[in-house]
Design a protein around this ligand. Structure first.
Ligand code: FE
Length: 358
């Protein structure tokens, strides 16, 4: 949680320059922007509530500050914690921008009334329509694919080339997954419900549960570890966890060398993709600056800063591909509208619960 003091200072209504614990003396005027145009903060300040936690994001904020003179204060926490914070702050929330991963997470902010719809010609032009909310409540900026990692010594690629395969009885005792309360699984289930209907989605969940090698546990990286260790032959993960290991330490690369990737449903609807996205906060005092920041993230420079370390796919044409991702051949992506995923969340959780996918 960095620079939280500055955010708290704004919440208390202090002038957003200098040390928030010591308001300027009455005779000391606030420095007009034109007197120090190059200095960060001179052109304004935005408060970013981010559910990301990458060192590279610091460079991203610094680059925006250097280019625009707009100061960026950041509050980093988990998405559920940020949501609770915003609930507690209500209309006094100092947040200008919300960044979170997974459209299902953004849906929760939108549904709670913590985002506002904005229009931006730049964002509409740069970001594909299926990756942004139709009324401008959030904009997908980096893409991730939910894929199958498998042990090629146990299963062949064509045995795991669809999501349906995970529920096939021939994979009994071979499947590792994380908890169903995780937003990545809820969003994948949201798409399955939206495409195939609730009954088919429930059948799939029951089939996966019947195939589990162990009770759901750990994050996505733990699933890859389990496949590499031979605990299961197949796991469901977001692509970037594998790619970080594949470009990591020799020990991490040894793990990925024992596994292969399948991008499911290439013959069908395409692989489930989701996004890291940004929204303008409902009670932002500086929505124009907030939009300016999101537009920066949708430039080739912003895209590189956003994705180089995380190994997500850029969404903007012409943006550089993070090292390692060039190994992944082009794949068919699902075009299921991401803004529809959230609508299915309660039903998705109910289906998982009924199936015994904890
Ligand atoms: Fe993640």
């Amino acid at each position: 949680m960095k620079r939280i003091l500055a955010v708290a200072g704004l919440a208390m209504g202090l002038v957003a320059c200098g040390n928030p614990t010591s308001p300027p003396a009455p005779e000391a005027p606030v420095t007009p922007a034109e007197e120090a145009p190059a200095e960060a903060g001179a052109a304004g300040t935005i408060n970013v509530y981010s559910a990301r936690h990458y060192d590279s994001d610091k460079a991203m904020y610094a680059a925006f500050e250097a280019e625009t003179g707009i100061r960026v204060n950041v509050r980093e926490s988990g998405a559920p914690e940020l949501l609770e914070t915003m609930k507690a702050e209500g209309e006094r929330s100092p947040a200008d921008v919300i960044i979170a991963s997974d459209a299902g997470a953004l849906y929760r902010f939108q549904e709670g009334g913590f985002t506002q719809g904005v229009t931006s010609e730049k964002l509409s032009a740069a970001i594909p329509e299926t990756l942004r909310e139709k009324d401008g409540h959030w904009f997908g900026l980096a893409k991730r694919a939910r894929i199958i990692v498998f042990d090629p010594q146990v299963v062949s690629a064509d045995e795991v080339d669809t999501y349906a395969d995970l529920a096939d009885p021939r994979l009994k005792g071979e499947v590792c997954v994380r908890s169903s309360t995780n937003i990545y699984n809820l969003s994948l289930m949201g798409e399955l419900i939206g495409r195939n209907g609730a009954d088919a989605a429930a059948q799939w969940a029951e089939g996966v549960v019947a195939n589990m090698a162990r009770a759901p546990q750990g994050g996505d990286t733990a699933q890859i570890d389990a496949v590499a260790a031979g605990e299961c032959a197949v796991a469901l993960v977001n692509h970037y966890y594998w790619m970080r290991l594949a470009t990591g330490t020799p020990e991490e690369r040894l793990k990925t060398s024992r596994t292969q990737l399948s991008f499911p449903d290439q013959e069908g609807n395409g692989t489930h993709v989701n996004v890291t996205a940004a929204a303008v906060a409902a009670h932002s005092k500086s929505p124009d600056l907030a939009v300016q920041f999101i537009e920066f993230l949708a430039t080739p420079e912003g895209q590189a800063l956003l994705t180089t370390e995380t190994k997500e796919f850029p969404v903007v044409a012409g943006a550089a591909i993070p090292a390692g991702l060039e190994q992944i051949p082009g794949f068919k992506e699902s075009d299921f509208p991401l803004s529809e995923l959230g609508v299915h969340q309660p039903e998705a959780q109910a289906i998982f619960d009924r199936a015994g996918w904890n």
